[in-house]
Design a protein. Structure first.
Length: 386
C-alpha cells in the first residue's frame, strides 16, 4: 500500500480527474463543445455566484482545464503525455493568463446571448406591441371554397399626432445621457479572480437608449392611442376548424415606435347539416330502403357544388362506399389537389309492414326458398278486422 506521505506527480495520482472529466466532455470534443461546457460550469461555480466552500477551488480546476483544452498546442501535448508534459505551458496560474482567451471568455460565460458582449454594441430593448387574436366564425361552405371577410376590432394603434414616436411634433427623442444610447449600464468590480462586469438595463430610458423630453400631448408620450380598426382577411379554400391565419404587423403598435405585433385570426367552422369532414375528405350517409338497395335507384345527394343525382346500382349492400374522386375539400397547401366525397350506403329495414307489403315479401321469400316467420295470431286477427 503506498505511503500516504509520498508525493506523486499529479498525472500519476489515481484520484485526479482529467481535464476532459473536469469539463464533462469527451476526448474528441470540438472547440465549441469545450467552450460551451466551460461557460455552463463557470456560471455554476464562480465564487461570486456560488457561496459553497469548495467553489473557489472548483472554479480554478475548471479554468485550468479550459486554459489547456482551448489551446490547440497545449491540448495536443496534454493528449500525448499528460499534464506533466506541459512544463512551462502548464494550465495553472492566473485565471486570466495566456490561453484563457482573456477577460472576454469569462464575460461570455455569464452574458452569452445577451447582446452586450461586444464593445459599443447597443441592446435593443424597445418594447414590441402585443399580438392579438380574433375569433372568426364561417360556414362549412365558406371554409371549403374560401372567402374574403371584413373584420373589426379595438387595439392600441400608432398615434397620428406624433407618428408613434411619443414626442411632441417638431421634437425628437434624445439619446439617453445615462447609458449613451446603449440601453444598458455596466458596472465593473474587482474579485479575487479578476474583474467582473454586471450589465443591467438603463433605468432612465428603460433600455430603449433614448428619452423623450417633450412628450406628445395626445398620447402622453406612449406613441399609441386606442382606436377601432377594420381590415379584410382572405380565408383560403380548405381551411378547417382551429386553424389560424397570421397577419404580420396587424397587431398592436409598440410603445414609442416599437415593433408592431401580429394578428392571429382563429377560424371556427359551423358544421354542415348533412356532410361530415375529415381533413380533405367529405362523408355523406345515404339512407336506402331494401327495395332501393335491391333494385337500384337514382337519388339526389348534397355535394360541395350543390345537390347532384347519384345512381345506386342494383344489389347495393349495407355499408357499401361509393367514392367520388376529387369531389372533396381543396388541399390547403397543394394547389389543384382535392380530397374525395365518400357516400356510405345504409339500408333501412322496415319495422312495420302493411298486409300487401308482408304478402309481397313472403312471396319473395317463397320464390327464393327462404324460411321466414309467418304472421302471428294477433296479426291475423288484425288483418281480418281490416
Amino acid at each position: 500500500m503506498p505511503n500516504p506521505a509520498v508525493s506523486y506527480p499529479s498525472h500519476q495520482m489515481a484520484t485526479e480527474r482529467s481535464y476532459y472529466e473536469l469539463l464533462g466532455v469527451e476526448r474528441d470534443a470540438s472547440d465549441a463543445d469545450i467552450k460551451r461546457a466551460f461557460r455552463k460550469l463557470a456560471q455554476q461555480w464562480h465564487p461570486d455566484v456560488n457561496t459553497e466552500t469548495e467553489a473557489v477551488e472548483r472554479f480554478k480546476e475548471i479554468n485550468e482545464a479550459y486554459q489547456v483544452l482551448s489551446d490547440p498546442k497545449r491540448r495536443q501535448v496534454y493528449d500525448m503525455v499528460g499534464k506533466a508534459g506541459l512544463g512551462d505551458m502548464g494550465g495553472a496560474g492566473s485565471p486570466f493568463g495566456e490561453g484563457f482567451g482573456g477577460f472576454g471568455d469569462l464575460f461570455d460565460a455569464f452574458f452569452a446571448g445577451m447582446g452586450g458582449n461586444q464593445p459599443g454594441a447597443r441592446r435593443n430593448r424597445r418594447q414590441s406591441g402585443s399580438d392579438l387574436r380574433y375569433d372568426l366564425r364561417i360556414s362549412f361552405d365558406e371554409a371549403v371554397r374560401g372567402i374574403e371577410k371584413e373584420i373589426e376590432f379595438d387595439l392600441l394603434d400608432k398615434c397620428g399626432t406624433c407618428a408613434g414616436s411619443g414626442a411632441t411634433p417638431g421634437s425628437v427623442p434624445q439619446t439617453c445621457a445615462a447609458c449613451a444610447g446603449r440601453g444598458e449600464v455596466r458596472s465593473v468590480r474587482q474579485t479575487i479572480l479578476g474583474q467582473m462586469v454586471n450589465v443591467t438595463a438603463c433605468t432612465r430610458c428603460n433600455g430603449e437608449g433614448r428619452v423623450i423630453d417633450s412628450p406628445c400631448r395626445a398620447c402622453k408620450g406612449d406613441g399609441r392611442l386606442s382606436r377601432r380598426k377594420k381590415i379584410r382577411v382572405t380565408v383560403p379554400a380548405g381551411i378547417d376548424e382551429g386553424h389560424q391565419i397570421r397577419l404580420s404587423g396587424e397587431g398592436e403598435a409598440g410603445p414609442r415606435g416599437g415593433p408592431t405585433g401580429n394578428l392571429y385570426v382563429a377560424v371556427h367552422v359551423t358544421p354542415h347539416p348533412l356532410l361530415r369532414r375529415d381533413g380533405t375528405e367529405i362523408y355523406f350517409d345515404l339512407q336506402l330502403s331494401i327495395v332501393q338497395a335491391a333494385l337500384g335507384t337514382r337519388l339526389r345527394i348534397p355535394t360541395i357544388e350543390g345537390d347532384e343525382d347519384l345512381e345506386i346500382r342494383p344489389g347495393t349492400q349495407p355499408g357499401t362506399e361509393i367514392r367520388l374522386r376529387s369531389r372533396g375539400v381543396p388541399h390547403l397547401r397543394r394547389s389543384g389537389v382535392r380530397g374525395d366525397l365518400h357516400v356510405l350506403a345504409h339500408v333501412n329495414v322496415p319495422t312495420k309492414l302493411s298486409k300487401r307489403q308482408r304478402q309481397l315479401l313472403e312471396e319473395l321469400a317463397a320464390e327464393s326458398g327462404e324460411v321466414v316467420l309467418g304472421a302471428g295470431f294477433l296479426d291475423r286477427m288484425k288483418d281480418a278486422l281490416e
